[in-house]
Design a protein around this ligand. Structure first.
Ligand SMILES: NC(=O)c1ccc[n+]([C@@H]2O[C@H](COP(=O)([O-])OP(=O)(O)OC[C@H]3O[C@@H](n4cnc5c(N)ncnc54)[C@H](O)[C@@H]3O)[C@@H](O)[C@H]2O)c1
Ligand SMILES: O=C(O)C(=O)C[C@]1(C(=O)O)C=C[C@@H](O)C=C1
Length: 362
């Protein structure tokens, strides 16, 4: 029996727990310092056992996953080093930054144990065990950042364990990870929050801002709803990288200021062309089930039964709808439905079919 101990059973830890819970040969123990959370984990059936006792959680554990906020990771490694762990035990984490924890763990690690930093490149703006899903990591990249000197056999052992997540495991240097993830994840979260707050302040004097905010604003700002304390820790931890990225971001924005000041239409179009070309080369959407949806938007008249008509049209054509969301439904504007499909082909077929009767946007 392989024992997995998970500290911090929220969105990421809970999703990991669900990848192993109920599988033969695995037993999953969740830890929380809070007795109410322990009770909740058991009630939700996310883990086999749950406890507030750290020593009991790690007793005989083959793998220990630290899924607490970035600001608590180092303290947890140090607490673990004071407990008797199983010889050969692998400790890993899921923190969104990797340099500081990889270096600190290497400095505190005791003989006979291994630390291998980890970061699943999947998640959501939601948080807590309620948002956990066993499918979260499917097809996502999962980065491992073993410190120099970590035996490859141990990295392979962890990679083998993680195959149950159905993620694609890649090894990256911890500092390189923080540079790259700073640009493709941390900076976008800052931009989303800053943009929402800019519009929020205009909205204070004119609520029409909020009312007119449609697909574009929603698409670029989803991640602004992410959990504040998780992101506080990530941004403070990746300080040096982010300061450089924000400087580069200022340069990008200054370029637009100049282009607009000079009414340089061709220059503006060129920026869109370059960006579109790069974006079209991004790998196929690899994220897990929480986000791997292909959306189309349909303008619909505001009358009863409209959702039924649309779902019937799709059903009759055997197009599987994964999700439907009413984005706008007020008397003074047409409604907008967001329809989500599992793959591009179904989204394209739905666009073609519904486009005969409604205005469809992709
Ligand atoms: N949210 C994402 O998209 C995402 C993606 C990849 C990695 N991560 C990383 O995963 C980790 C967890 O994030 P999450 O999104 O699952 O957040 P979450 O809020 O859903 O889960 C965090 C868990 O840690 C517990 N916790 C909080 N403070 C604690 C403390 N001081 N001691 C013990 N437990 C504590 C919470 O009760 C909760 O169970 C973070 O390090 C984050 O950087 C997040
Ligand atoms: O999809 C989202 O909502 C996420 O924020 C996921 C996301 C990302 O920025 O891509 C966020 C933090 C992580 O550490 C990894 C993934």
């Amino acid at each position: 029996m392989t024992k997995i101990a998970i500290f911090g059973v929220g969105l990421i830890g809970g999703s990991l727990a669900l990848c192993y819970k109920g599988k033969p040969d695995f037993t999953v123990v969740g830890h929380s310092p809070n007795p109410n959370s322990v009770e909740k984990l058991l009630k939700r059936n996310v883990v086999d056992h749950a406890t507030t006792d750290m020593a009991a959680a790690v007793d005989g554990a083959d793998y220990i996953f630290l899924c607490v906020p970035v600001g608590n990771l180092e303290e947890y490694v140090q607490k673990l080093m004071k407990l008797p762990l199983k010889q050969g035990c692998i400790i890993t984490d899921v923190g969104s930054t990797k340099a500081s924890i990889t270096e600190s763990a290497a400095a505190h690690l005791k003989e006979g144990y291994y630390f291998i930093g980890g970061h699943p490149m999947a998640g959501s703006e939601r948080h807590g065990v309620e948002a956990a899903s066993s499918h979260l990591y499917e097809n996502a990249f999962y980065v491992l950042t073993p410190a120099e000197g970590t035996p490859q056999a141990e990295v392979d052992r962890l990679t083998n364990l993680l195959s149950h997540t159905k993620a694609q495991i890649v090894q990256v240097d911890a500092r390189e990870h923080d540079d790259i993830v700073g640009a493709i994840s941390h900076l976008p979260h800052i931009i989303a929050v800053a943009l929402v707050n800019q519009v929020r302040s205009y909205n204070e004097s004119n609520p029409l801002y909020q009312n007119l905010a449609a697909g574009g604003f929603r698409d670029i700002t989803r991640i602004a709803s992410s959990e504040p304390t998780i992101w506080r820790d990530i941004l403070v931890n990746n300080r040096e990288v982010l300061l450089k990225l924000l400087k580069d971001w200022n340069d990008e924005i200054s370029r637009f200021v100049q282009l607009i000041e000079q009414s340089d239409g061709e220059g503006i179009a060129e920026q869109f062309r370059i960006a579109g070309e790069f974006r079209s080369k991004l790998p196929e959407r690899r994220k897990g089930v929480l986000t791997s949806l292909f959306d189309i938007y349909v303008d619909v008249p505001d009358h009863p039964g409209i959702i039924g008509s649309i779902t019937s049209l799709l059903g009759n054509a055997r197009i599987n709808l994964s999700n439907i969301q009413i984005i706008e439904s007020r008397e003074d504007v047409p409604g907008i439905l967001r329809l989500s499909f599992r793959n591009q082909e179904e989204a394209d077929r739905a666009s073609e079919l519904l486009g005969k009767e409604y205005a469809v946007h992709v």
